[in-house]
Design a protein around this ligand. Structure first.
Ligand code: ZN
Ligand code: ZN
Length: 166
């Protein structure tokens, strides 16, 4: 094995040129591989479409920096994780709301009467008196069975109205 000082003194000007060219080559190879790896990781996080994944990676391998530019333009805007959280958020929002059984407008869980059609849209629990979702068969607050507690409906609303008139 040649010691480093010996190697340096043995190098002629031509060797230096060759060495620096090699250095530049190695540098760009590393950049190139890093870019392909980055694109590969990014595309896997953004789409499950295998064709798109392969295309993006091939593009990065063939065109490198230009492939990256094209990829940045056509890639999906959101990562899979971002879309997942957005969907979950949307789902949570809609789960906290129901629709009025009469006019089908959105009805927050704490509403007893529909603000749009003024119908009694939800009935309280017979035991704890808290408002129950029309989807529950058991009160979520006290565990009482909904039993025969009817769901509010049109005829009932009309009945109570006519009763009020009398
Ligand atoms: Zn309504
Ligand atoms: Zn209850």
């Amino acid at each position: 094995m040649i010691a480093l000082p010996e190697l340096l003194t043995n190098l002629t000007a031509g060797d230096w040129l060759g060495l620096s060219l090699k250095g530049v080559f190695v540098y760009f190879s590393i950049l190139w591989v890093a870019l392909v790896v980055w694109v590969a990781r990014d595309v896997v996080g953004r789409t499950r479409n295998l064709v798109f994944q392969v295309l993006a990676i091939v593009l990065a391998i063939l065109l490198n920096i230009f492939g990256l530019l094209i990829y940045l333009i056509v890639r999906p805007q959101k990562t899979l994780l971002e879309s997942y959280y957005e969907e979950a958020e949307q789902k949570a929002l809609t789960e906290n709301e129901e629709i009025c059984p009469h006019c089908e407008s959105p009805l927050p869980l704490e509403f007893r009467y529909c603000p749009h059609c003024s119908a009694e849209a939800r009935l309280p629990c017979t035991k704890c008196k808290k408002l129950m979702s029309n989807n529950w068969s058991t009160c979520a607050y006290c565990g009482a069975d909904r039993g025969n507690a009817k769901k509010p409906n049109h005829s009932e609303k009309n009945k109570s109205k006519s009763a009020n008139k009398k």
